[in-house]
Design a protein. Structure first.
Length: 364
């Protein structure tokens, strides 16, 4: 293979290019306007959420969610210790204290029993992160019941989960008070950056729309009924997003096939274990695995023209947090977890090549 196989890469085609050219030729507003409304409606219809409000990033979507739920500085929110650092950062931005909870070894989703044990009088919400499109072993309804009983909010970080569902048929991100999706570069659809907030609550949706648009009482005026910010999307992004959404059904099929191919072809290599998926409900975003001798494998595969990426290190051990605590699952993943290439455009031949090189490495 002469071409370097990247671990992840967005895919844009002629459709996006043509749509942008047409939009620019029509003298569009560029900022958030009619195209954004169309994109929001597509996300809303696909997920089944009553309301979809897009923002300038998945991280800010989580921040706005916290603000919309009236969480305040000093409040504590339970967050998985295995997640992209954006999850706790989005809370720290507004003075909320993330409390780190270890995750399930099978799903890498927040551990329900540990959540129960860590709830205090200061706890105001639970953030349930869907790791690589997966849902936790404990039924989502049990999380919802616990939140209700303890008077907590349930926020779903579904950044990696567009196209993934709970076994009850609900799209991940639509069961809690608020769910958040990301459209950043590695995601199954991308607008470069961007995020979406999902909710079925009319009052929360109205508050979110004010928060992201300077606190305006309604669009197109300069009367402000509350404090707000500029977290808006752009029509340029929406034009791309509309074309990406048209391709989503085919991408979901391809992503599942990519994961199944890796699972089947790596099954005889004892030194690698893929995290499981129920493809009836979930769509893998990345190919996540536990591997032996990770550092040497990364180096070897790079020499063979194959990109990989270590999985998230435990948040509490990051220099930015340095939070004491023992979280064995997230710590183990931080040392041994590895993502293999899984971009939409990867070919079957490239998957065969990658698996062959992995086999060569472990035979050495």
């Amino acid at each position: 293979m002469k071409k370097f196989i990247m671990q992840m890469q967005p895919l844009f085609g002629k459709e996006e290019s043509d749509a942008l050219t047409e939009y620019m030729s029509e003298g569009g507003f560029l900022t958030e306007f009619k195209k954004t409304e169309i994109f929001e409606s597509m996300i809303r219809e696909f997920t089944g959420a009553k309301h979809c409000i897009v923002t300038n990033s998945g991280t800010i979507s989580l921040t706005v969610a916290a603000l919309a739920l009236s969480l305040k500085p000093g409040d504590e929110v339970l967050v998985p210790n295995y997640t992209m650092i954006a999850t706790p950062n989005s809370l720290k931005l507004v003075g909320i204290r993330p409390i780190f909870v270890d995750v399930e070894p099978e799903t890498l989703c927040i551990d329900f029993e540990k959540v129960q044990s860590l709830i205090t009088k200061k706890t105001k919400a639970i953030v349930l992160v869907s790791a690589n499109g997966r849902y936790p072993k404990t039924d989502i309804i049990e999380f919802k019941k616990l939140a209700f009983e303890k008077n907590l909010f349930l926020i779903e970080d579904a950044a990696q989960s567009l196209g993934s569902y709970y076994p009850n048929g609900r799209h991940i991100g639509t069961v809690g008070n608020i769910g958040c999706i990301s459209f950043s570069t590695p995601k199954i659809i991308s607008t470069g950056q961007g995020g979406a907030i999902l909710t079925d609550d009319e009052t929360i949706a109205h508050k979110i729309r004010r928060l992201k648009d300077f606190g305006r009482s309604s669009g197109g005026n300069d009367y402000h009924s509350s404090i707000g910010y500029n977290f808006k999307f752009t029509d340029l992004q929406a034009v791309i997003g509309i074309e990406q959404m048209k391709k989503l059904p085919g991408r979901l099929i391809r992503k599942k096939k990519i994961w199944q191919m890796f699972k089947d072809k790596l099954s005889n290599i004892d030194q690698i274990k893929l995290f499981s998926h129920n493809l009836k409900y979930t769509t893998p975003w990345f190919i996540d695995s536990i591997v032996e001798n990770r550092s040497a494998l990364i180096t070897y595969l790079k020499e063979q023209g194959i990109g990989t990426r270590p999985m998230y290190p435990p948040i509490n051990e990051q220099v930015a947090y340095k939070d004491p605590g023992i979280h064995p699952v997230s710590q183990f993943v931080g040392i041994n977890g590895l993502w293999f290439p899984s971009m939409i455009q990867i070919t079957d031949d490239e998957i065969d090549y990658i698996v062959g090189k992995i086999e060569d490495f472990y035979r050495q």
